[in-house]
Design a protein around this ligand. Structure first.
Ligand code: SAM
Length: 214
């Protein structure tokens, strides 16, 4: 993602009741913040928030938390949510490496990764959000039966992710290399990147996986 500095983004985020400024304080008690016991679904690397905002609107029976590393990107999701005021959506600026400081074991029902940065150089493989090191972090915070859903148009990253799922002993529940022409694509909500890349004619890949029960 090309990053433009957005003046005032930190201040806008800090002033929003929908941005959680000290997410570590919610560890283990996220449901209290939403004031219900609905499942918690998170998107890591949410960008400007199109996907998660539409999910939260369409599925009021779940709570959604969007995670994004950069204020200049997250601020767009915060501005959208300021207008919509969806009760089941909160936003966090943080690096996914700190996930376990923010979510307790078993607290997350589903993790979405959409068009994650590919980090094509081998020496950066550990930074890929579907690397075995990240899958291990996800496993530790997931509720029993919780799933990971990953979409990308990058075939190399998709192949790497399928290997990573297998290597980590996860169960692959479904996968496709042409989501928009597959049964898996029914009721699919497009992300910003998905919209852009599918308009260019790139097929979209998707996998759904879960850690095996211990
Ligand atoms: N998910 C959006 C979509 O599909 O349109 C945005 C995709 S964009 C290519 C990837 C986003 O992930 C960027 O906004 C980037 O800042 C964010 N990101 C990358 N690594 C991250 C990390 N370790 N923690 C949190 N966000 C991250």
């Amino acid at each position: 993602m090309r990053l433009k500095n957005v003046p005032g983004s930190r201040e806008t985020i800090a002033a929003s009741p929908f941005a959680v400024l000290y997410p570590e304080q919610q560890r283990g008690i996220w449901r209290a913040l939403f004031d219900n016991d609905h499942p918690i679904h998170i998107e890591i690397g949410m960008g400007k928030g199109k996907f998660l905002t539409e999910m939260a609107e369409a599925r009021p029976e779940n709570n959604y938390i969007g995670i994004e590393k950069f204020s200049s990107v997250l601020v767009r999701a915060v501005q959208k949510q300021e207008q919509l005021q969806l009760p089941n959506l909160r936003l966090i600026r943080m690096d996914a490496e700190a996930l376990e400081e923010v979510f307790a074991p078993g607290e997350v029902g589903r993790i979405y990764l959409n068009f994650s940065d590919p980090w094509p150089k081998e020496r950066h493989a550990k930074r890929r959000l579907t690397s075995p090191a990240f899958l291990e972090r996800y496993r530790r915070i997931m509720a029993p039966g919780g799933t990971l859903e990953f979409k990308t148009d990058n075939r190399n990253l998709f192949a790497f992710s399928l290997e990573s799922v297998e290597e980590s002993g996860w169960e692959l529940l479904a996968s496709t290399t042409d989501l928009h022409h597959s049964e898996l694509g029914r009721e699919n909500i497009l992300t910003e990147y998905e919209e852009r890349f599918s308009q260019l004619g790139n097929p979209i890949c998707k996998l759904i996986a879960r850690p095996r029960a211990e």
